[in-house]
Design a protein around this ligand. Structure first.
Ligand code: ZN
Length: 176
């Protein structure tokens, strides 16, 4: 399969004017703000974006970003493979005022009429898509990472205080 390389930079307005496409893979190592939140930085993001102008004259960039990142489960602290399939639907705007007028279908992209880095564009969208508190969907996966699993030492610890408590109780209560 032919892997297309992405340009480092693009002018979003120009891309939209040309009905351009942006297709290829971007290494996660190109996305330092994202990698800072991950367990490991190997892997790549598959980028499939098209740009153009809709029926209302709104310039847009739309498509998908797909990758799988490794996060830390906040329940068991084990590693967690987290697939991301981010739907991108950005409306290009020049100002905050234009962003307010944007139709609800679009997320505003405040884009200067000059080149911006593709990595920044992709990274912002992925950061928004990360879960606030990542956890394994199935608790049994957490248990496989050692969460809440019966621990012999812990059980012994728990029994001891009950044992000494029982010896202090009057016979009537102990027999219950
Ligand atoms: Zn977990």
């Amino acid at each position: 399969m032919l892997t297309l390389s992405l340009p480092d930079k693009l002018n979003p307005w120009q891309l939209a004017a040309e009905n351009g496409r942006l297709t290829g893979d971007l290494a996660l190592t190109e996305l330092p703000r994202l990698v800072a939140l991950l367990d490991q930085s190997s892997g790549a993001v598959s980028v499939t974006l098209t740009a153009g102008m809709d029926g209302q004259g709104q310039r847009f960039i739309a498509g998908h970003l797909r990758t799988t990142v490794e996060l830390t489960c906040q329940r068991c602290l084990g590693s967690l493979q987290w697939p991301l399939d981010v739907t991108v639907h950005l409306g290009l705007v020049h100002s905050e005022a234009e962003a307010d007028r944007l139709s609800g279908d679009y997320e505003p992209l405040l884009a200067p009429d000059c080149a911006m880095t593709v990595a920044d564009l992709v990274e912002d969208e992925l950061l928004l898509a990360l879960p606030q508190i990542p956890r394994h969907a199935d608790r049994r996966e957490c248990e496989a990472h050692g969460y809440g699993a019966p621990d012999a030492a812990l059980i012994t610890e728990q029994r001891r205080p009950f044992g000494s408590l029982a010896s202090l109780l009057p016979d009537s209560k102990r027999s219950r």
